[in-house]
Ligand binder design. Structure first.
Ligand code: ZN
Length: 479
């Protein structure tokens, strides 16, 4: 019997050794934030998955030299608005292999998934949009590419009980269509009562999906402070049992960023499933005709018109210019310089804060967020360790998703059996090149980027006509 097992295992070992993988990453420094692996390994990839991680030589149909380079799980961006081809390209150069529109979601989940199918460089997915469902209930549908609705009755008025039911019905349909959660931008729908918000959390809890939210307000003035706004959604999570992800705690809390992180930490210590994220830039960006600029915004933020800057041209606004642009139709965006570098740096370094870009065209965060974490915080300042940075950009977002999306358990890991979404880069040269003046400059330093085992960036260059991106949906999870 023992002999039989011995010979069986010998045969197995021989078979494993003889195997030829689709692709092998040779001799890189392999990092896995879940197991803590940080060692020179060969990685064998077959059929889109990581099949083998070994110090022994592996043979593959394609051999990629990773010597002297880092090999890590591809980055997962939970907060990516721009889902167009040009932005997908920028994300790939930034090491992002999955970019999800979770903050507010898209107005029509089925149409979004259909449009992206077979045309996306990287993996994608979205939440169901409370703002869009609300607009629909008020008879004012919003359309792509508008992320946030313009300020008006559908954003500013309270919903009737019938309208709340209509919003719920729409969100149910959108979840059935494959949405990954409920996306809310409460500041952009200030007419939504506390009760309406709680009802949306209850719906998410019943569907066992998380709520992703931009909170109701920010600033120091009460009522309506950042602390109050964070407390509102923590309360709704506690009342409903819904999982909660608070987006961009950096820009929602500004000077009280660390206090807000402490609120999240306190709620987590009481057993609530609440997570948060930040992006590494001082400026925010949003639509100039949105409800964020309803009367009183300057007082709440403690800034003047000159804190607002138009993307690309760099023009700082005056009252006169603001009034003209604010009254325009369309969805013109504006940069808001409202935070300090010291606060952003402190929030980024907080262990429970994951990285997400809030990517939109016209802001350097769309192109540079993830490389900037590696360049500025890991290499230059040493305020985040390499493994922690990888954790914040891959494992933590996967963990945020995996309670409701079974397939997310295969993401954010550099382990056998995981999806082969992989970045191979040089820590000495990786860098963000996008700036406020030139927000579409791709990051540099990614030598290889693989999405589901397909090489998307090869020797630092994007492979033409390759669209390996796949949808993340709850439907796919076989629920
Ligand atoms: Zn936001």
């Amino acid at each position: 019997m023992r002999t039989a097992i011995f010979f069986a295992s010998l045969l197995f070992a021989a078979a494993a050794f003889a195997q030829t993988y689709d692709t092998v990453l040779q001799g890189g420094r392999v990092l896995d934030p879940e197991t803590g692996l940080d060692a020179i390994r060969n990685v064998g990839i077959s059929q889109g998955r990581i099949a083998r991680i070994s110090p022994e030589p592996l043979s593959g149909k394609r051999m990629l030299d990773a010597k002297g380079l880092l090999v890590a799980p591809g980055f997962i961006d939970l907060h990516q608005h721009a889902q167009d081809a040009a932005s997908g390209r920028l994300k790939a150069f930034d090491g992002v292999t999955t970019a999800l529109e979770m903050e507010i979601g898209v107005p029509d989940v089925a149409a979004f998934l259909q449009k992206k199918d077979g045309t996306s460089l990287i993996n994608y997915g979205t939440t169901a949009s409370h703002a869009a469902a609300r607009a629909l209930a008020f008879g004012e549908p919003i359309h792509d590419p508008t992320i946030v609705p313009p300020s008006g009755p559908a954003t500013n008025q309270p919903a009737t009980p019938e309208q709340i039911r209509a919003i719920e019905n729409r969100l149910q349909q959108e979840l059935d269509a494959g949405a990954l959660g409920v996306g809310m931008g409460i500041q952009y729908t200030p007419g939504a009562s506390r009760f309406e918000v709680i009802q949306m959390f209850r719906l998410a809890a019943a569907r066992r999906v998380p709520v992703f939210t931009h909170v109701r307000s920010f600033g120091l003035i009460e009522p309506g402070s950042s602390i109050e706004a964070i407390s509102e959604v923590i309360g709704a999570a506690a009342i409903s049992g819904a999982s909660l992800h608070i987006v961009h705690i950096n820009s929602s809390c500004i000077s009280v960023g660390l206090e807000c992180v402490a609120l999240v930490a306190g709620a987590r210590a009481r057993g609530l499933d609440i997570t948060t994220e930040a992006y590494p830039y001082v400026a925010g960006m949003t639509a100039i005709n949105s409800a964020l600029f309803n009367p009183g915004w300057k007082e709440k933020l403690g800034v003047g018109y000159d804190a607002l800057q138009l993307p690309d041209s760099g023009e700082r606004l005056t009252k006169e210019r603001f009034d003209v642009l604010h009254a325009e139709a369309g969805n013109r965006t504006v940069l808001l310089f409202i935070n300090t570098q010291e606060m952003v740096d402190a929030v980024i370094a907080e262990p429970l804060v994951m990285i997400a870009s809030d990517g939109e065209d016209g802001h350097p965060r769309n192109a540079g967020t993830f490389s900037r974490i590696l360049a500025r915080y890991v290499r230059e300042r040493g305020s985040v360790t390499l493994l922690d940075a990888i954790r914040k950009m891959s494992l933590m977002p996967a963990q945020r998703l995996e309670k409701s999306i079974v397939t997310a358990r295969r993401k954010g890991r550099l382990q056998e059996g995981a999806d082969a979404d992989i970045v191979v880069f040089d820590l000495k040269s990786v860098a963000d090149h996008a700036t406020y003046a030139a927000p579409r400059e791709p990051s540099v330093g990614m030598k290889y980027v693989l999405v589901g085992g397909t090489v998307l960036i090869d020797q630092g260059k994007l492979v033409a006509n390759t669209f390996p991106g796949k949808a993340l949906t709850t439907v796919q999870a076989g629920k």
